[in-house]
Design a protein around this ligand. Structure first.
Ligand SMILES: [Fe+2]
Length: 260
């Protein structure tokens, strides 16, 4: 049984808590398989062979538009991930941590990060940042981050800076979608948990964090779910701001309809 009161105390104090074995491992592995399956359909269609990383690299190098579309669909549209994000036990946990009326203020997101599958570093290694600035969500809003594979330090799991959430927002600027923040790493302890399939990390959206460094040449598969609290007085007072934009791309429509 989870000690919710203790978890809430720790989350308030540190801005981050780790819960081992929260999800059923098979459920998480099924999300990973479903994500890989989307790419596999295109590998089969295009006759791309080799191990999975080789296939991914080939698709990225030779069929960038298809790679990007696979990525976009996987990152935000897997039904298995949506199902997980409204899992009753998870919603109960979120409520137990004080979000009395939780709402998902961004879509569930799945990441597959590797230096060879990105145009530039910020696509696989996020800088020091706070999620809150891009969300403007409730003061008690949280991110639930979890791996789709067992993560070792070689996968470069997220590095958190416990206590930094109490600093409040450290910037008002977004760059490449991230609110990079000025932050002295030496002023705070760091936490880089080697989490396994089924484990979750819950952190305040105000907590400063960054990607670790991938040193094992493997894809880092992870996911996050974000919840805001519709009964937070400050969020109510600010009028429930919602800065995310989701709209169709004219560029992609032109690509497919005018340049066949
Ligand atoms: Fe983040």
């Amino acid at each position: 049984m989870l000690d919710l009161a203790q978890l809430k105390t720790d989350l308030d104090k540190d801005g981050v808590v780790v819960i081992s074995g929260f999800f059923d491992q098979q459920t998480i592995e099924n999300i990973h398989l479903a994500a890989k399956r989307i790419f596999q359909i295109q590998f089969d269609h295009l006759g791309i062979e080799g191990d999975f990383l080789t296939q991914m690299t080939t698709l990225f190098q030779n069929h960038l538009s298809t790679f990007t579309s696979c990525g976009k669909l996987i990152q935000t549209g897997l039904v298995e991930l949506y199902q997980l994000s409204v899992d009753p036990e998870l919603v109960q946990l979120v409520k137990g941590l004080g979000l009395s009326s939780p709402l998902m203020c961004t879509r569930p997101v799945l990441f597959f990060n590797h230096p060879d599958l990105a145009m530039s570093e910020h696509f696989y290694k996020t800088p020091l940042h706070q999620d809150w600035v891009s969300m403007l969500s409730s003061q008690d809003s949280i991110v639930i981050w979890f791996p789709l594979i067992d993560l070792t330090l070689g996968h470069g799991p997220v590095i958190f800076y416990p206590g930094s959430h109490k600093l409040g927002p450290l910037t008002d600027k977004l760059e490449n979608g991230f609110a990079e923040v000025p932050f002295d790493r030496s002023a705070y302890p760091s936490l880089q948990p080697e989490v396994n399939v089924g484990d979750i990390v819950i952190f305040s959206t105000l907590l400063v964090h960054e990607s670790g460094v991938i040193t094992n040449n493997e894809i880092r598969w992870s996911s996050h779910l974000r919840y805001t609290n519709m009964e937070d007085p400050d969020f109510i007072e600010r009028g429930f701001p919602s800065p995310y934009i989701n709209k169709p791309s004219q560029e992609l429509i032109d690509h497919y309809l005018q340049k066949k």
